[in-house]
Design a protein around this ligand. Structure first.
Ligand code: AMP
Ligand code: FE
Ligand code: FE
Ligand code: ZN
Length: 278
């Protein structure tokens, strides 16, 4: 089994890198892509554990980008630190800047929530998020403190782009992020396209012109019909295909590594060979 979309405690997953490697083995996943938000550190921690576990690891990342002012998630794959490409060093520095902008945003987000009367501190949130604290960790704290009934309610009321607590952070433009991934020797894949819009065909030419290499056809949020449609679009536009569960551990308990939501995910066995061949 193949799963090219997963998160560890290095971002907003609840499985540490060693636990994720164990989970892959337990679930029968043979090739695993770790795609933490804005960081490669989960992949790097898991890397030495993979060969003894008989697991092939693929270096990935998930970036939040902006397209016409809307948030679009982008996956980068085969960003291999061991290749020593110049572009990789530049990429690493660049994601360091993204991490810094996130930390600075978190300070303002705490201030904003306190202004709204919530008793919450940066320390509390960072305790859950570690080096890569994000809004999902804020949501956890809001639930624990009784300010929201669920993490989704915390987003709806306070943290979503349209909610009263939202503060902006610098997110790179879509084309900029694609450029950095490609110069680092990676390939750029559009994450869970269903979250952008049902009908992608109108914006795909623009995304391709920006240098997009692939789309995430297989994902836990896609119905069989949607998967079929994205497959067709990928063919039409000469895009490669990626796929994965978007496993976050207990943060999204309904999603299982390798098999998705109630077994709705089946990433084709030759997908990674096809990605590499192209
Ligand atoms: P951040 O990168 O810290 O701004 O947090 C972004 C993450 O929060 C995304 O990757 C999603 O996992 C989650 N998220 C963003 N908006 C929502 C929403 N409206 N409902 C639930 N989760 C969301
Ligand atoms: Fe996430
Ligand atoms: Fe995502
Ligand atoms: Zn993800």
């Amino acid at each position: 089994m193949i799963d090219l979309h997963s998160h560890t405690t290095a971002s907003d997953g609840t499985f540490s890198p060693p636990q994720l490697v164990d989970e892959a083995v337990r679930s029968g996943v043979r090739i695993l892509g770790i795609t933490d938000h804005d960081t490669l550190s989960g992949y790097e921690q898991a890397l030495p554990l993979a060969p003894p576990a008989g697991l092939e690891l693929i270096c990935g990342i998930e970036l939040s980008t902006k397209l016409h002012g809307h948030s679009v998630h982008l996956l980068g794959y085969f960003l291999d630190p061991l290749l020593h490409l110049d572009g990789f060093g530049v990429f690493r520095t660049w994601i360091g800047d993204l991490q810094a902008s996130r930390r600075e945003r978190n300070v303002r987000l705490v201030a904003r929530l306190r202004e709204l009367g919530l008793d919450i501190t940066l320390e509390e949130v960072q305790k859950r998020g570690g080096g890569m604290t994000g809004r999902p960790h804020f949501a956890q704290v809001l639930v624990e403190k009784g300010y929201a009934g669920s993490q989704q309610q915390a987003f709806d009321e306070y943290l979503d782009e349209s909610a009263k607590g939202y503060v902006t952070r610098r997110e790179p433009e879509f084309a900029e992020a694609v450029g950095y991934i490609r110069k680092a020797g990676g390939i750029a894949s559009l994450a869970h396209p269903i979250r952008i819009r049902e009908d992608l065909s109108e914006i795909l030419p623009e995304l391709c012109a920006a240098g997009l290499n692939a789309i995430e056809v297989y994902h836990s949020d896609h119905s069989p019909e949607q998967t079929g449609r994205y497959l067709q679009l990928a063919k039409q536009h000469g895009l490669r295909i990626t796929g994965g569960s978007d496993f976050h551990g207990a943060a999204k308990p309904e999603i299982h590594l390798g098999t998705g939501r109630g077994g709705n995910l089946r990433v084709p066995g030759d997908l990674v060979d096809r990605l590499r061949a192209a």
